[in-house]
Design a protein around this ligand. Sequence first.
Ligand SMILES: [Zn+2]
Length: 101
Amino acid sequence: MKIPKTYTQFGQIIHIKIDSEYLAKEDCNGLAEPDKNLITLADENEEHKLDKEEIERNLIHEMFHIALAKAGYSGAFSDEKFAHTMGNLLYEALKSGKIIR
Ligand SMILES: [Zn+2]
């Protein structure tokens, strides 16, 4: 999968940017900011350079956070365990079904 610069969710354009420096301060590899319609992804962190699959997986995870927020599930938005599980299950389905390659 090529990481897009934008996609649409709930009719709103969500921007995706790569900014490892910004995320190093937040101590994470991905960040969803639904109020800004923004997902930020890291392509490297203190430990290693993230491979393509890690970045894709992080994108799907952050898309799931955005979906929860935009759909009004604000309580679930910051539930990392829920987003982690659902994001990984969705990624597995998309990847194994060759919906994303
Ligand atoms: Zn998360």
